[in-house]
Write a protein that binds this ligand. Structure first.
Ligand code: M6R
Length: 617
């Protein structure tokens, strides 16, 4: 939530580069945007309500002076509605210091009242304006160095923050700090940079320092100094990001979501193929995975936790791992874990899934597990993210940056990683023979070419017809059983978040226990009905829907006449082993949501009220 980009460089005008980074971060918030730059002992500010294009228009009309230093922000409102006065950057009341912030200052009301008593004035509804005034107060009261003033102010603050601070007096210096909100520092010959994530700076550098909680850094054009929570100078080796700038661009597609849906066959290859060993019928993860056969054997139970789309992967992961390795498991919404009884962790492993690795609810759950003495395996797409750094064990999903707010390829990458995890656990626990492992790996490799048909023009035509129909309804139900129940949840989430059509996912067996009352000519069902142990029962459910005049959009394998006969709209998929069917069936569900949203003219990559990375609880 909220995106930060800042730069302090050796010369020239850095504004185009900063705006480029800000556009990459627009997925984090898009209700207002702003940029500040120093010039001749003062600070210049431009802010606009709306997307970054509105800020660019403002800059076209009312240019900032060329500058080698700038801080910029795109906002997802927490305190106060989208309005120019609430847009970042915020300045202190004497307009000497400027600050951009991601997070929430919990005690801002008390701090604001104190500062008002000391004569400070406020012009916005935000917690951020309180922090910048607090820094200014400390600078005037004994902490002349900006870094010292920032550190003193942060000692008074409770909450989450990633901040960048710039003073008119020291235009070639930025102070950055973080606590529970993501922030990376980019390093190059041309300057030093800060941003909420790495893709925002890939056009400038691929070398990064990731700040830990409580740390601060002093950025100058030619060097960066890092300090721990006690203010002691520390050294850290930079990490090199293997993402390319092109991966963070639309590359000719109308939307990131469409690009990311189409990248899924490559995600399969990148996440899985190098880790699969055909000879041994086993999976070899990198050293960060950190489990031996013996430690895997000692695990008695697995708890999967995540939020949103990642939670749906978690539900599938629980089933896959149980199927191949017979380890019992449960899946919990990470935000609910805090309220669960503090039972002994024993030999329970917790798996936390997160595309971003920065989801506040999931991180909170991870830390709570660790506090209770448990071990966490993180499955994550972003190297250097908080989950990737703090989890005890790690699998990276290698999807490349996911920019569309609606998660697609990250879900696919997570399912791929979970399939590999299930094989590894099955082999280590001797529930799978070498030959069975080889067959599972063979099935996975064979999946990639089979996915092509889902991107054919024939498939697109079928999706379009179903989407034209669904775009006319106001509500619908997604049904699936077994492996397809989490897909029903995910299909419904995709549709509602980008088309704003109300949709719910249900286990098909539950339909007769209530939701069937909704079925009518205007209330359709999307049924996931590919072959497997749930097939016959899904056919019965579809018959029940049609008997009540409900329309059915069905996902079934190509040529399956029984399903086609029950469906008003039939979305054909290739036949694959049941365990892999979620990786196939999810694609038409994503395409359907995309086409419905397109038909309705929705803002597909940045749907209303949502932010890609939910960094507040
Ligand atoms: O980054 P994470 O995977 O932890 O994000 C979790 C959810 O916020 C995310 O999946 C969200 O539900 C997406 N908008 C779904 O498309």
């Amino acid at each position: 939530m909220c995106g930060i980009v800042a730069a302090v460089t050796t010369g020239g005008n850095v504004i185009p580069d900063v705006l480029h980074g800000l556009r990459t971060l627009e997925y984090r918030g898009y209700d207002s945007a702003g940029i500040a730059a120093p010039a001749e002992d003062s600070l210049h500010l431009r802010r606009q309500v709306g997307k970054i294009s509105a800020l660019e228009q403002e800059l076209a009309n009312n240019a900032l002076p060329d500058t080698p230093t700038a801080v910029a922000h795109t906002r997802w409102a927490t305190h106060g509605p989208p309005a120019t006065r609430n847009a970042h950057p915020h300045m202190d009341d004497e307009k000497k210091i400027v600050l951009v912030h991601n997070g929430i200052i919990e005690n801002y009301a008390e701090l604001r009242a104190d500062l008002q008593e000391r004569g400070h004035q406020f012009f916005s509804d935000t917690d951020t304006e309180v922090l910048v005034n607090l820094i200014a107060w400390h600078q005037k009261n004994g902490k002349e160095e900006l870094h010292d003033a920032v550190r003193a102010a942060l000692k008074e603050v409770h909450g989450a923050y990633a901040i960048v601070v710039l003073s008119a007096k020291t235009p070639d210096l930025l102070i950055v700090a973080r606590m529970d909100s993501p922030l990376v520092v980019g390093l190059s010959e041309e300057g030093s940079f800060a941003a909420s994530d790495m893709p925002a700076l890939l056009h400038l550098t691929r070398d990064f320092l990731v700040l830990e909680n409580g740390e601060t850094a002093v950025l100058r054009p030619k060097n960066v100094e890092l300090f721990n929570a006690e203010g002691v100078r520390i050294e850290r080796t930079a990490i090199r990001c293997d993402w390319t700038p092109e991966q963070a661009e639309k590359g000719g597609y109308p939307h990131f979501m469409l690009k990311e849906i189409e990248e899924q066959p490559d995600v399969l290859a990148r996440t899985a193929f190098d880790r699969c060993h055909d000879l041994t019928g086993d999976v070899h993860f990198e050293k960060e995975f950190g489990f031996t056969d013996a430690t895997i054997q000692s695990i008695q139970r697995i708890r999967f936790m995540a939020m949103g789309t990642s939670l749906h992967s978690a539900l599938l992961g629980q089933q896959m791992v149980a199927e191949l390795s017979a380890v019992p498991g449960e899946t919990l919404n990470a935000s609910e874990f805090l309220y669960s009884p503090n039972l002994e962790e024993g030999q329970t492993l917790t798996v936390i899934l997160s595309q971003s690795g920065e989801t506040a609810d999931s991180l909170r759950a991870m830390r709570e597990v660790q506090k209770r003495g448990g071990q966490v395996l993180g499955i994550c797409n972003v190297m250097g993210s908080t989950l990737a750094r703090e989890a005890d064990h790690l699998i990276l999903t290698h999807c490349g940056p996911e920019v569309g707010v609606a998660s697609t390829k990250a879900f696919f990458g997570q399912l791929t990683a979970l399939y590999l995890l299930a094989i590894r656990f099955g082999r280590a626990r001797e529930k799978l023979s070498k030959e069975q492992g080889q067959e599972l790996i063979h099935d996975l490799r064979a999946l990639r070419p089979k996915l092509d048909v889902l991107f054919s023009s024939e498939a697109a035509e079928r999706i379009q017809k179903a989407a034209d129909f669904l775009a006319q309804v106001s509500s619908c139900l997604f049904l699936g059983r077994g492996f397809h129940f989490p897909l029903a949840l995910e299909g419904a989430l995709k549709l509602k978040e980008i088309s704003y059509i109300h949709a719910e996912g249900y286990p098909a067996g539950e339909m007769k226990h209530g939701p069937i009352a909704l079925i009518s000519e205007d209330f359709p069902v999307v049924a996931i009905a590919t072959p497997g142990r749930t097939y016959e029962k899904m056919i019965s459910n579809m018959e029940e829907v049609r008997a009540r005049a409900g329309k059915v959009v069905a996902i079934g394998v190509a040529g399956d006449q029984r399903i086609a006969n029950q469906a008003d709209y039939f979305l054909a998929v290739p036949e694959v082993p049941e365990l892999l069917s979620p990786l196939v069936n999810i694609i038409p569900l994503q395409q359907l949501a995309y086409q419905v949203a397109l038909k309705l003219g929705r803002d597909i990559d940045q749907p209303r009220n949502l932010a890609k990375s939910v960094t507040v609880e």
